[in-house]
Design a protein around this ligand. Structure first.
Ligand code: COA
Length: 261
């Protein structure tokens, strides 16, 4: 992995729609650098182009002319209403933790709202707690659906050979919850914190376990344990409404009842 760049002021990076074939090609390269997929799993540039053309989104984070991150979404329908399914969010390793991932999500939200869409969804691996922090704590998304091994086996080293279990995230773009997470003005009622009914821990050592073939079974046991706890909680009407990051890097999903969105 390349050494982290000295990023300075992240505002120097431009977030803009990706429109040219050359930039779609750059997006495919970023995808490869981030996930390391084999050809059969790699989303080709034509699909990026189609996503952009048919009402989805392909937004890029640019350092000069170089694409260093992107968010790609496909249009979908829920109960007859349009929404956006964000299929991929990627930032090159040396550009991470400077706010680009969050800025790409905010740009997706702005674009969706401009088009009258108030719901976005995506999936993430519940063992990837950085994503949990970004999605739940920083963006105000919630999760109340669990999908077991949704994509089947993956060639991405990030998956560590584990089943591709995913949480489905709902991002209600105009909700008080989201506005509160984004620091936008909200009503007084929205400042009342959610009641936490259950907490589910995810130790950060799971990343080491996933990378180490000798200890991978530990990661798989944790995945199975949390899968069962989450599925049971969702079946009882609970949702992930918060995420707590501990000083040592471990994390907790906070579950409660979703009131108003
Ligand atoms: C997920 C990803 C796009 C985020 O991009 P990014 O530019 O690093 O994201 P940001 O800088 O906006 O936000 C990262 C947040 O995670 C936090 N973070 C970093 N490491 C963390 C960890 N181990 N545990 C919890 N939070 C962590 C950062 O502090 C930051 O939060 P803050 O703004 O409250 O300080 C990037 O890490 C990536 O490409 N990952 C691989 C692909 C992937 O998993 N994509 C998402 C699923 S499709």
């Amino acid at each position: 992995m390349s050494a982290p760049k000295q990023l300075g002021d992240a505002k120097q990076f431009r977030i803009a729609p990706v429109k040219t074939l050359a930039d779609f090609e750059q997006a495919v390269k970023v995808q490869l650098a981030v996930w390391g997929y084999s050809d059969s799993e790699l989303v080709p540039k034509r699909v990026f182009l189609v996503a952009q053309r048919i009402g989805g989104q392909v937004l890029g984070a640019f350092d000069g002319e170089a694409l260093v991150g992107f968010a790609m979404a496909l249009p979908g329908y829920h109960d007859g209403k349009p929404y956006l399914h964000s299929h991929m969010l990627a930032v090159l390793p040396e550009y991470r933790n400077a706010g680009l991932g969050r800025r790409l999500k905010l740009a997706q939200r702005d674009d969706a709202l401009e088009r009258g869409i108030d719901r976005m969804e995506w999936t993430f691996d519940p063992l990837e707690i950085k994503n949990a922090h970004l999605n739940i704590a920083r963006l105000g998304a919630i999760a109340r659906r669990y999908m077991r091994n949704i994509y089947g086996p993956s060639t991405s080293p990030l998956q560590g050979g584990l089943p591709t279990d995913r949480l489905v995230v709902e991002w209600w773009l105009k909700s008080e919850r989201v506005r509160r997470a984004l620091g936008e003005e909200t009503t007084e009622q929205a400042t009342v914190a959610d009641e936490v009914v259950e907490r589910i821990d995810v130790p950060c050592i799971v990343h080491e376990w996933k990378r180490d073939p000798q200890r991978r079974t530990l990661a798989e046991s944790l995945q199975t344990r949390n899968r069962l706890i989450l599925e049971s909680a969702f079946a009882r009407g609970l949702a992930i409404t918060g995420y707590e990051r501990c000083a040592n890097g471990d994390g907790f999903f906070l579950l409660g009842r979703v009131g108003g969105l």
